[in-house]
Design a protein. Structure first.
Length: 637
């Protein structure tokens, strides 16, 4: 063990007696000595000097087990870093005696690999070995803990497949054969019982109920080769020796011999482990790792899985007791669909209103709300800030917090029928703000009817895409001073077509303004320049913004973007067109020049391809004609 007070008594070593030839090309020179100290024991001291100034740069102390470094002497601050990282790159010069002292201390023999920089190699190697050992031990402890934690998880509940059949998937399948005498032979994928069913009552793709088990089922041809696969995620809670542990499972339902079976795969684990300092939440995720495929990775303590999943409810009383924060989790979470379970547990502990909302059957809001989303009070309307007449709607659909914000923002009544249509739009969480903005200028019913129609017109697009089109359309129309009072203008029958028409007009008007700015700037931009021609090539100056746009479209690159236009008219990075002398009107190669440094930044032909050497020579000839003085005058405009 190194005792700092003892080390401070060791005087600095002398600069090593090396020859000028030995020091040639070496940034540092090192001396070494071994001291026998009363408390620290045998200690290796290496002093590293700057070769030119002979100033002491670093002192390294080592007892063979650990080490200490200081950069100033007497020591102001002790550090533990690799000497090479402190000093930077640079070879060491040292004496043969110093090398032998280091070799004897580390009990190493001289090798050709370390022959030139023995001291540097062994002190850096010693530190690297310590860090490697620490990393290895930390990794071993990490995997040992992971193995210990994973051993706490029992097998999946025996009734999990049946639970998923009844509470996760909203239907099973009835496999039907072809029509024989007006009826079909059928097999239920849930109960596996056989029966006959009338042809008219078993249209493929439609739903019915199994006459044997009563479960809702979808009719499917038994001759189809592709197995039906349904996917979902579920959260399962366990209790191990008083510790609550959660697992998130990906499940797949498949069919073999027309009978269902399940495959389960854990993808996230949270363990609430009690310690003397309180509860520590451990987290593990099964995720892709670069170069290694997919494996379990330990996440930072306290990281909770926030996925919305189904909840396995059959054992919640065993895990959490009859009551958790005064609520019955097991009965309250049956058939609630996807919710964030960890969010619910935390909110029940920390937000008093969460208990009230959960008991009212609003488990989804209770799971994903934030304290800032609520108002104070002791009733539905006071807590959520909406009419109590909405309670049936909230219960029927188990409204989440983002849907609640939209309902609250609506300036007209939201009926059950309208909300069913809204759910059919499948809005995402990040659509909330856009929807609220639009509800300021239209009723909720009008909103859902209009966007359902647009999604039927514009196929295979998410709501976010259509919302963006509509908002852009309104924004551009306002800038163009289009009269939006007419319903057919404000709500066009095909928003995609109307958006593209307005965009073309908007760009034309915008380009006219930019073209005018370009004309005013051109005189100063090209002051002192002349359009240059040599051999087979010539230089053409862009005169309008539309020239840049046409160049970009013709050569399939991005010079038409607004960034290049702004840089050009400011005189910072200017665009020049290289054309064939025989075809000066036809786009060929585009050049961008940094007018401050007078260097070519980009030189590209069609699709960003590199031009031929003769084009490059021509471009450099033109660059040499530009004057730095003229350039500074030009930038000053």
């Amino acid at each position: 063990m190194l005792i700092k007070k003892e080390l401070e008594q060791i005087p600095a070593l002398h600069f090593p007696k090396t020859t000028a030839k030995e020091r040639q090309g070496k940034m540092f020179s090192a001396s070494a000595e071994v001291y026998s100290l009363k408390k620290s024991g045998s200690v290796l001291v290496v002093d590293v000097f700057d070769t030119k100034s002979r100033m002491l740069k670093l002192r390294f102390f080592c007892d063979g087990v650990t080490y200490l470094i200081c950069e100033q002497w007497p020591a102001v601050k002790w550090i533990k870093r690799k000497p090479g990282n402190v000093l930077g790159h640079g070879a060491f010069a040292s004496t043969k005696k110093g090398d032998e002292i280091v070799l004897r201390f580390f009990k190493k023999s001289r090798s050709s690999y370390y022959y030139i920089n023995i001291i540097e190699s062994y002190i850096n190697g010693f530190v690297s070995d310590i860090y490697s050992m620490r990393q290895r031990l930390a990794m071993e402890r990490k995997y040992a803990m992971m193995k210990e934690h994973f051993a706490m998880y029992p097998d999946y509940p025996g009734d999990l497949p049946l639970f998923c059949e009844r509470h996760v998937f909203d239907h099973s399948y009835i496999f039907v054969e072809k029509v024989i005498n007006g009826s079909k032979r059928a097999v239920c994928g849930h109960c596996n019982k056989k029966f006959k069913i009338k042809s008219a009552n078993s249209v493929l793709g439609h739903y019915g109920n199994c006459p044997k088990c009563g479960l809702r089922a979808k009719f499917r041809g038994s001759w189809l080769k592709n197995s039906s696969t349904d996917k979902a995620c579920i959260c399962i809670a366990h209790k191990h020796e008083g510790q609550i542990i959660l697992r998130w499972v990906k499940l797949r339902r498949l069919y073999k011999e027309k009978k269902y079976y399940y495959k389960f795969e854990d993808y996230y684990k949270n363990l609430y482990i009690s310690t003397p300092k309180g509860v520590t939440i451990y987290a593990y995720a099964y995720i892709p790792i670069m170069y290694y495929g997919v494996d379990w990775v330990r996440k930072q303590n306290g990281t909770l899985c926030s996925d919305k999943t189904f909840i396995y409810t059959n054992n919640l009383k065993e895990v959490f007791g009859e009551k958790y924060c005064y609520v019955d989790l097991q009965n309250g979470l049956i058939n609630v669909g996807n919710i964030t379970f960890t969010g619910l547990l935390n909110n029940l502990q920390n937000i008093p209103e969460a208990e009230y909302l959960f008991k009212m059957g609003l488990s989804t809001i209770a799971s994903n709300m934030h304290i800032d989303d609520l108002q104070t009070g002791n009733s539905f309307s006071k807590v959520l800030g909406v009419s109590k007449q909405y309670l049936p709607l909230y219960r029927k659909f188990n409204i989440d917090i983002f849907e609640h914000k939209i309902i609250k923002a609506a300036n007209t009544w939201v009926s059950i029928e309208s909300f069913e249509k809204f759910r059919a739009l499948k809005p995402a969480k990040y659509d909330t703000k856009d929807i609220i903005d639009l509800l300021e200028r239209m009723s909720f019913e009008h909103f859902v009817n209009y966007f359902i129609k647009q999604m039927s017109v514009i196929k295979n697009k998410k709501l976010q895409y259509i919302l963006t089109l509509y908002k852009d359309y309104i924004s551009m129309s306002k800038q163009l001073k289009v009269e939006l009072l007419r319903k057919s203008v404000c709500f066009p029958s095909n928003i995609k077509q109307s958006h593209d028409l307005v965009l073309a007009r908007f760009n034309k008007v915008k380009h006219e303004i930019q073209d005018e700015n370009f004309k005013h700037a051109s005189e100063k931009l090209y002051s002192g320049m002349s359009e240059y021609a040599k051999g087979d090539f010539c230089i053409v100056f862009p005169r309008l913004y539309s020239d840049l746009v046409i160049e970009g479209q013709s050569l399939n690159h991005c010079v038409g973007s607004e960034t290049y236009y702004n840089n050009h008219i400011e005189g910072k990075r200017m665009i020049f067109f290289i054309r064939r002398a025989a075809e000066p009107e036809k786009s060929f190669v585009t050049m961008e020049i940094d007018m401050r440094e007078l260097r070519i930044r980009q030189l590209y032909g069609f699709g960003g391809t590199s031009p031929t050497p003769d084009v490059r020579r021509f471009a450099n000839d033109f660059l040499r004609r530009l004057s730095p003085y003229e350039n500074m005058e030009r930038i000053a405009i």
